[in-house]
Design a protein around this ligand. Structure first.
Ligand SMILES: [Zn+2]
Length: 311
């Protein structure tokens, strides 16, 4: 954990470094996406009241999803579902091409002892080492794509790399990190990641140089904690390479739920369930899984819905 950094520099960082991602092509043969996601991970932490290990697990999945989202177009979306056998339960994130992501973790109140000897949050133990990672892409008009792989180690990055290899036949280096404050705030000090993909014609020599660079770089969250942005991160990973940067996208945790959408959820329960809500509770409260916002449906709304369905 970082030592000796004052509150002032932290405020400065928060103001300066909005969440963002950058795409680049390196030597014409490597695609890379890097993202800084500290604020959106904290937004998720506040909405879902996550403890540190859960913050890190959810934060890594959100970061993965928002980077995958950057490979989409228009109104396309990607959903990552991590269904491991650990205490965290299901972790789900949905992202789009515009840099917006939402997500939740089934058991947000998970905090496990710091793992030894690497002193990291034990995301693998929280997620579990058995289970599946599913990726579903809603592509333009009517098309969809799904791919699933068994979980490798529950650390998310290796699991996603396995997905890319098995389901998209694309060898990839994936790094995801969330550094959580050691003080009582339990906020994320830094979060982010990168995905590097070598195109089929990439030279072996380039792959070897890249591997050496990645190894000497260290944890992605610690690099971001030093104040580096996504472009700096790519420059560090690809020191000595010819880099062409593409567009930068601002990132945001945002949910698209609404009273109308939650009304559809109520309708799907059927008239009998709604009748019980009217008689026993005189109304209903429906909470959005993704953002924890509570929608209230008073009795007269439920009566209207009940009559609509029955008719
Ligand atoms: Zn919502």
């Amino acid at each position: 954990m970082p030592l000796g950094r004052g509150k002032l520099s932290k405020i400065w960082l928060v103001i300066w470094l909005n969440d963002h991602l950058v795409k680049a092509t390196v030597e014409g043969d490597i695609r890379v996406i890097a993202a800084v996601t500290t604020n959106l991970v904290n937004e998720a932490h506040e909405r879902h009241k996550t403890l540190p290990t859960a913050s890190a697990a959810l934060g890594r999945v959100l970061t993965a999803a928002v980077m995958m989202g950057a490979t989409l177009k228009g109104k396309e979306t990607v959903t990552i579902r991590v269904l491991g056998d650990g205490p965290a339960g299901a972790i789900i994130a949905v992202a789009n091409a515009e840099g917006t992501v939402k997500g939740y973790i089934q058991n947000p109140q998970i905090h496990l002892p710091i793992r030894q000897p690497d002193k990291k949050l034990d995301v693998g133990a929280a997620v579990g080492t058995n289970g599946m990672l599913h990726v579903a892409k809603n592509l333009s008009i009517g098309e969809s794509y799904t791919g699933s792989v068994p979980i490798v180690n529950g650390e998310i990055a290796a699991d996603l790399a396995q997905y890319y290899l098995d389901s998209e036949q694309t060898p990839s280096a994936v790094s995801l990190g969330v550094l959580v404050e050691t003080d009582n705030s339990i906020r994320a000090a830094a979060a982010g990641g990168y995905i590097i993909q070598l195109l089929p014609n990439a030279k072996q020599e380039i792959a070897q140089r890249l591997e050496t660079n990645i190894q000497s770089l260290g944890d992605v969250s610690r690099i971001i904690d030093k104040g580096l942005d996504a472009e700096d991160l790519i420059s560090q990973i690809f020191q000595g390479f010819n880099i062409k940067f593409h567009q930068q996208v601002n990132l945001d945790f945002r949910c698209d739920c609404s009273q109308d959408r939650l009304e559809e959820v109520l309708i799907s329960l059927g008239p009998e369930e709604i009748r019980i809500m009217i008689e026993e509770q005189k109304g209903a409260e429906v909470t959005c899984h993704f953002c924890n916002k509570v929608y209230k449906f008073p009795e007269n709304d439920l009566v209207r819905l009940h009559d609509e369905i029955r008719d």
